[in-house]
Ligand binder design. Structure first.
Ligand code: GLN
Length: 323
């Protein structure tokens, strides 16, 4: 994008920020994970990053928050380069039409989750990641311990974001583990169908840690740039995943990234995106940029109320979406 386009981007984003700065009290901060209920609802940040190196942020963009389900994109990207197409024997690629932590379809569909972005699907992805470990030469070896898996997930995210200042929030992870009855239920049900290979405790422990990763919008926009750039991290020039897997992950974000609100998000925003119950949403315009928005109040589908509004205005004001 040229200087004029970057300037335009800056004006559009700062106007959206001003437009919605006072928009609070419309949704509800997630409270089923106890530590999330203590987050100040009146926080709002937007960051954009373009594939050619321009960045602009406004609001609380240096404040870290729990990325929650946004982490599912990172683990899927990691696993797709390790496991290839075999992933799709264990997880589907269709929207579920149900809430992110629903159990109902899993019984009918014999323990194969609809897609990798609902909890059940992400839990399978994390389970398979536990099967891989890397030695000091970065070669994939055998079975991982949960400690090794957690370390590789965090390193993967740090490298994508180009930042060392990203950590697990151990208090949030513990808080979620203690209240993760539905996630344990999903994992046990899938294990009864043979679709979880490791111990349920190890899998849920790792899954709750990946959800507790704390990042700000600036780091998240940077970390998603590879999906706007054909799988290459523009910060390092390294291929993260191939072009084909990039196309696929973007397609899955478009169709399943906001759970049972994915259709409405495609209609209103027109971009592949991924949300989390911490109030973050990240979206990409392939070939151009990524945008991360954070506002903790959620709508009834568990997606950021103000985040969706901001993204809807962003593609409308910019006049660009994937459509
Ligand atoms: N950690 C959350 C859970 O498993 C993630 C859900 C979300 O962000 N939608 O319930």
């Amino acid at each position: 994008m040229n200087i004029q386009e970057n300037h335009n981007l800056e004006i559009i984003v700062s106007n959206i920020y001003k437009r919605y700065r006072e928009c609070i009290g419309q949704g509800k901060v997630a409270d089923y994970i106890p530590t999330l209920s203590t987050v100040n609802p009146d926080q709002f940040a937007i960051s954009v990053a373009t594939v050619d190196g321009f960045q602009y942020s406004i609001g609380d963009y240096t404040t870290g928050f729990s990325i929650q389900s946004i982490s599912k994109v990172f683990t899927l990207a990691m696993l797709s380069s390790l496991m290839g197409d075999d992933i799709w024997k264990s997880v589907g690629r269709e929207p579920s039409g149900n809430s992110f932590n629903s159990l109902v379809q899993l019984e009918y569909e014999k323990g194969i989750p609809r897609n990798p972005f609902i909890n059940a699907g992400a839990i399978v992805i994390t389970d398979r990641l536990l099967n891989y470990s890397k030695n000091e030469n970065n070669q994939v070896t055998g079975l991982s311990t949960r400690g090794r898996a957690k370390e590789s997930i965090l390193n993967f995210v740090k490298e994508l974001a180009g930042s060392d200042d990203i950590e697990y929030d151990k208090i949030t992870a513990q808080s979620e583990i203690l209240t993760a009855e539905r996630n344990f239920a999903l994992a046990h049900l899938m294990k009864s169908f043979g679709n979880i290979e490791n111990s349920v405790n190890d899998v849920i422990n790792t899954y709750c840690h990946q959800c507790s990763i704390t990042m700000n919008t600036q780091q998240l926009a940077a970390a998603f740039l590879f999906l706007a750039n054909g799988g290459i991290n523009p910060l390092t020039g390294k291929e993260v995943i191939g072009k084909r897997n990039t196309k696929r992950i973007n397609a899955l974000m478009m169709t399943c990234g906001l759970y049972n609100e994915s259709g409405d998000f495609a209609y209103r925003v027109g971009l592949p995106g991924k949300s989390g119950v911490g109030g973050g949403i990240v979206a990409v315009i392939p070939g151009k940029l990524s945008i991360a928005v954070w506002s903790p109040e959620l709508n009834s589908n568990g997606n950021s109320y103000r985040g969706i509004k901001a993204l809807e205005d962003f593609t409308t004001d910019l006049g660009i979406s994937v459509f």
